[in-house]
Design a binder for this molecule. Structure first.
Ligand code: FAD
Length: 411
């Protein structure tokens, strides 16, 4: 029996495990699929954006991991502490060894606020919060409710981060939230980023920059946060921004065992070919989702599209065939803009987000880089699609391949 071991049972690991188990070829290859993850619960991370504003609940965004995996899949509820790529084993937290014939690393990112000097000091969870963790988002909800005015600063410490639009969404929703509470005129909102614009890709960056300006949100660019002291964020070149309430998007790393292995880069992300998602040195190792070092967005949509390529390439590897080099960096993401509206972006390694229609070219019904009500409904519907179609690896009428059809090339 061939052992396929998937490290991490989050978005990518869960979809891939179910996809492999459903494939008839798994029986032919006599596969045992094992998922290793220490967390009992699966968190729908896009819901963390809504939690601070009270527009979702913890119950709606958490499910038991065991219930999301097909029953034939083995779930090992332990953390991976090291990887031996020569012996082809992983070591678990209790010291036991797990052998593999094929290994998939899907351990996502690790949020590391403690790596920014002063950030997790005295004010942590008092007037400094993150919303990328369940604890941070939950505590921030209470802090926002108590906030009656002052300077709210949303700060990205450095890139890469997962869901690169989430901090922008947070700023737009904060504007809406304070308007609804009737105190917007008492709150100054600043968006402080290490980038030279509101986003990485030029066309979308200008759309978001204009939206920030429309909503009277200050944009501070090229601010590389070095430390936090006396209710100020301080950049490496000694610029400062004062805050009354800081919402930080902390540094992101990969899992420690990746950093200490021969498949990881300095940040602990797994080196894989950007089109095959296979490690160049160890052909039996693949990675997907946020754990990879590929230059795609760190997003659930990417993990979903990548799972199709990794699935195919595991089957090809077992059959002794060459891998399919077909992951094109396809990514898409809704961007909540407040007041019941949202925008949508769809892009790839080669093509930046452009205006147009999605998923059907010329028809839509969703509009790219436009702020519409339908996009907002799409974002809300995504939670149900995630639980009921994506994670069980059911058919979704969305191609993993990026397409230019229906897009206006305005670059
Ligand atoms: C606030 C927020 C909003 C977001 N909004 C969107 C959105 O609108 N659209 C979108 O597409 N994406 C969004 N994302 C990003 C999306 O959630 C992630 O990109 C996606 O979950 C990545 O999937 P993954 O499988 O790579 O990692 P994850 O889903 O994070 O799973 C990683 C798993 O690995 C496990 N793990 C970690 N270390 C170890 C270890 N040592 N041993 C064993 N297991 C381990 C973890 O417990 C976890 O279960 C958002 C993220 C956040 C934080």
């Amino acid at each position: 029996m061939k052992q396929v071991v998937i490290l991490g049972g989050g978005t990518g690991g869960n979809i891939l495990a179910n996809r492999l188990q459903k494939d008839r070829r798994s029986v032919r290859f006599d596969l045992q699929i094992t998922v290793v993850d220490p967390e009992k619960d699966h968190l729908y991370q896009p819901g963390l954006l809504f939690l601070p504003f009270g527009s979702t609940t913890r119950e709606k965004i958490i499910r038991r991991k065991r219930q999301l995996l097909r029953k034939e899949i083995r779930l090992v509820e332990q953390s991976v502490t090291s990887l031996d790529t020569i012996a082809r084993t992983v070591t678990l937290a209790d010291g036991s060894l797990l052998p593999y014939d094929v290994l998939v690393v899907a351990t996502g990112t690790r949020i590391a606020p403690e790596e920014t000097e002063g950030l997790t000091g005295e004010g942590w969870f008092k007037n400094r919060f993150d919303f990328y963790t369940l604890e941070g988002a939950t505590r921030l909800q209470a802090a926002l409710q108590e906030f009656t005015g002052g300077h709210l600063v949303i700060n990205i410490v450095d890139v890469p981060i997962k869901c690169p639009v989430a901090p922008l969404e947070f700023a737009f929703l904060a504007d809406d939230y304070f308007k609804r509470r009737g105190i917007r005129n008492k709150v100054k909102i600043s968006y402080v980023t290490p980038l030279d614009n509101a986003f990485t890709k030029p066309v979308a960056a200008n759309v978001f920059k204009n939206l920030l300006a429309e909503k009277n949100i200050d944009l501070v660019t090229e601010f590389n946060t070095g430390r936090v002291e006396n209710n100020q964020i301080v950049s490496w070149d000694d610029r400062t921004v004062d805050f009354d309430l800081l919402v930080t998007v902390p540094l992101h790393n990969g899992a420690e065992f990746i950093k200490n292995s021969d498949i990881g880069d300095d940040l602990g992300f797994v080196r894989v070919d950007s089109a095959t998602l296979q490690n160049p040195m160890h052909k039996e190792i693949f990675a997907l989702g946020d754990a990879t070092s590929v230059p795609a967005s760190k997003a659930g949509s990417v993990a979903h599209f990548e799972s199709e390529t990794v699935h195919e390439n595991i089957m090809r590897f077992l059959a002794g065939d060459e891998p399919l080099a077909d992951f094109d960096g396809h990514s898409n993401c809704f961007i909540e803009t407040g007041a019941g509206k949202a925008a949508l972006i769809d892009f790839s390694y080669e093509v930046e987000p452009l205006p147009g229609s999605y998923p059907l070219p010329f028809f839509g019904p969703l509009r790219l880089l436009k702020v519409t009500r339908l996009n907002h409904w799409g974002k809300l519907a995504f939670r149900l699609i995630y639980w009921h179609l994506m994670l069980p690896a059911r058919y979704l009428p969305i191609s993993r391949h990026f397409s230019l059809r229906g897009k206006q090339n305005i670059t």
